[in-house]
Design a protein around this ligand. Structure first.
Ligand SMILES: Cc1cc2nc3c(=O)[nH]c(=O)nc-3n(C[C@H](O)[C@H](O)[C@H](O)COP(=O)(O)OP(=O)(O)OC[C@H]3O[C@@H](n4cnc5c(N)ncnc54)[C@H](O)[C@@H]3O)c2cc1C
Length: 511
């Protein structure tokens, strides 16, 4: 049997975060003789948002061999230890979704069962006190984690907050240095091969044509190839994730300062984000257009900033859902072209990352076997649905009294996959992950408990451990985490010392 012939050319269309992440990762192929070209239009520009991430982004940067301090400095980056959810469960309530685990398991039983038992007896404080990220986050502190599991600092897990356009520029420099060729210009047409409907070439303004074998559609919500040319179809999730617009505006670093976390504040018709970077703060109001007009949404956002605005607000329209096939014929859609689960848990950039990794693992040959494509599509669909369920949980489990949106999402039918998870957790705090699920148990537990989905009981095996020992352990964990967090430098001081951006505007300079 002869080995299938490997592809010789890849054409990436679009130069936003998705396009340049794909180009940076695929630049490895250039060394094997594959040509990698990226076409983008300066006139069209990028979506201009997407600044908060989740911890696996560090693996992506790590695989590229990117120096963390250099990257943070050049992207105005900051550290993210989690998300602070304000007023989500009910008005006046606050909880944290921290990265990293809660406490330590005892005799093979998950920590949260012991916590639940003691909390019911009034002998434990809220679960966040047993998570190092949450403890440091509340104090506005951060330090470089330690790999040695014997050190408490090994429990610190983090992601980044950065300027999306600077991240794309950073990756562009990386990719171009490694042989990716960039072409500037608007794509006017997508040419299909008559024999099998595969994309043959893209036609750019100025009568330029780029031929290719594998095409990667990174054209954002437009989905120029995957939808415009191939008419793949879109599965809408708007009945579950009803927010369909956002207004975004940057503001000066004032007030709360550069916190090592993203803030999400529930509002009558949606929620507001606050993402602190070194030189400014990114803000936005994500809302449902059935519940508030664009002008009112912009006014709400502007009235709730803690620094001066640096630009006019920008309106973005979207629809939550997924492309029916992320890989169709010889086109793989990445980023917004492949679908979007709204930005609440900062998962979009991560989905680009996993899309690129899957593509590398299932790189097609010139015959484009459906075996590779079907596996890619199966995994992508599962991952997107898991993220979708996690985000729906935040909306559905609410006790808010203002606004029709919150009543509707509380009363709606939710996906069966999520219903099962909630029901299992509500009985005895049981939780199971499937198929390499992105969010760890600790993330689900943080949000389930935060949204007041309190288990009625706990794992009976927790009763087999001496209660005095359990109490002692919990008290000790809380104390050790508190002391460790207090000993860390302030987040701003850590940034100023390790990776200051040339134009950083630290609120209290200590460098
Ligand atoms: C309100 C909001 C908030 C978000 N917040 C987060 C967040 O905090 N964290 C997160 O992970 N994700 C977030 N996202 C998602 C994130 O913004 C995207 O996943 C990310 O920016 C990738 O976008 P993209 O590259 O797919 O598309 P875009 O940034 O829109 O890039 C599209 C590219 O295609 C090019 N293009 C389009 N048409 C043509 C044409 N005809 N010819 C040539 N070029 C063309 C454009 O020039 C551009 O280069 C958010 C999204 C929204 C809407």
């Amino acid at each position: 049997m002869t080995a299938p012939a490997p592809i010789r050319s890849v054409v990436i269309v679009g130069g936003g975060t998705a396009g340049w992440m794909a180009a940076a990762a695929l630049s490895r192929l250039v060394r094997t003789g594959v040509s990698v070209t990226l076409a983008e239009s300066d006139a069209i520009g990028t979506v201009g948002v997407g600044e908060a991430t989740i911890p696996p982004i560090r693996n992506f940067n790590g695989l590229l061999g990117i120096d963390e301090n250099d990257f943070l400095s050049k992207t105005q980056g900051t550290i993210k230890l989690g998300i602070d959810f304000i007023d989500w469960t009910r008005e006046g309530h606050r909880y944290t979704h921290p990265f990293g685990e809660f406490g330590f398991d005892i005799e093979g039983v998950k920590f949260h069962h012991f916590w639940r038992k003691l909390y019911a007896e009034g002998k434990a404080s809220w679960i966040e006190d047993y998570n190092l990220c949450a403890t440091a986050q509340k104090l506005g502190r951060y330090t470089t984690p330690v790999a040695d599991p014997a050190s408490v600092l090994s429990r610190l897990t983090y992601a980044y907050q950065f300027d999306a356009s600077l991240y794309a520029a950073y990756l562009r420099a990386y990719a171009e240095t490694r042989g990716v060729v960039r072409t500037e210009g608007k794509v006017l047409d997508v040419l299909l091969r008559s024999i099998d409907g595969h994309v043959e070439a893209i036609q750019l303004e100025g009568d330029r044509r780029i031929d290719g074998e594998l095409f990667i559609d990174c054209t954002g919500f437009r989905g120029l190839l995957i939808e415009g040319a191939l008419q793949t179809g879109f599965e809408s999730w708007k009945h579950w994730l009803q927010c369909d617009r956002a207004v975004a505006v940057p503001s000066a670093n004032e007030g709360t300062g550069i916190t090592p976390y993203t803030r999400s504040i529930a509002r009558r018709a949606g929620w507001q984000w606050r993402i602190p970077l070194q030189h400014r703060v990114g803000n936005g109001y994500v809302y449902c257009s059935d519940d508030i007009g664009d002008d009112d949404a912009a006014a709400t956002l502007m009235a709730n900033l803690d620094g001066q605005t640096l630009r006019d607000p920008m309106l973005i329209k979207f629809e939550a859902g997924r492309r029916k096939l992320a890989w169709n014929r010889n086109v793989v859609a990445l980023g917004l072209a492949s679908g979007f689960v709204e930005p609440l848990e900062s998962t979009s950039i991560h989905m680009i990352q996993t899309g690129v990794s899957k593509l590398m693992a299932l790189l097609p040959d010139r015959d484009f076997s459906p075996v590779d494509r079907d596996e890619y599509n199966r995994q992508t669909q599962t991952q997107m649905e898991q993220v979708r369920d996690f985000v729906i949980l935040h909306y559905h489990a609410n006790e808010r009294t203002d606004g029709d949106l919150w009543r509707r999402v509380r009363e709606m039918e939710i996906p069966e996959t999520l219903r099962r998870k909630i029901d299992l957790f509500r009985r005895r705090g049981r939780f199971f992950r499937y198929d390499d699920e992105l969010f760890a148990d600790s993330s689900w537990i943080a949000v389930l408990l935060g949204q007041n989905v309190m288990p009625a009981g706990w794992d009976p095996l927790a009763d087999a451990v001496d209660p005095a020992l359990v109490r002692q352990r919990l008290d000790r964990i809380r104390e050790v985490f508190r002391r460790a967090a207090e000993a860390m430098p302030r987040h701003e001081d850590w940034l100023a010392r390790n990776c200051p951006a040339p134009t950083a505007t630290f609120t209290r300079k200590t460098a």
